[in-house]
Ligand binder design. Structure first.
Ligand SMILES: [Mg+2]
Length: 101
């Protein structure tokens, strides 16, 4: 899947700022879906559900990964950076959780 995202990023002419704005748009769609799916006041009428939340979360993840891809020189660097950063960030998250336990 990483290769597909890297290839699609190369084929898509969006600039880095455009991708960053797209990420903000998709994050907003996640928020909208969560508000509706959880019955938040003023948002429930939109009729969105957890399947919509999952779909918007996937959109958000894809755009975030395309930003990562666009900032890498080639596919090998993209895969290496993706693995390095996810490992590092998950390690930090895990450490925070351990401190809270
Ligand atoms: Mg979306």
């Amino acid at each position: 899947m990483e290769s597909r995202i890297f290839e699609l990023t190369q084929l898509d002419a969006k600039t880095l700022p455009e991708r960053a704005l797209k990420l903000a748009e998709e994050a907003g769609e996640v928020a909208q879906a969560v508000l509706s799916a959880t019955g938040a006041s003023g948002s429930a009428y939109k009729g969105l559900n957890l399947a919509d939340v999952r779909e918007e979360a996937a959109d958000t993840a894809i755009v975030a990964l395309s930003i990562l891809a666009q900032t890498c020189e080639d596919e090998a660097m993209f895969k290496a950076e993706l693995n390095r950063l996810l490992s590092e960030k998950c390690g930090k998250w895990e450490a925070v959780l351990k401190r809270q336990a």
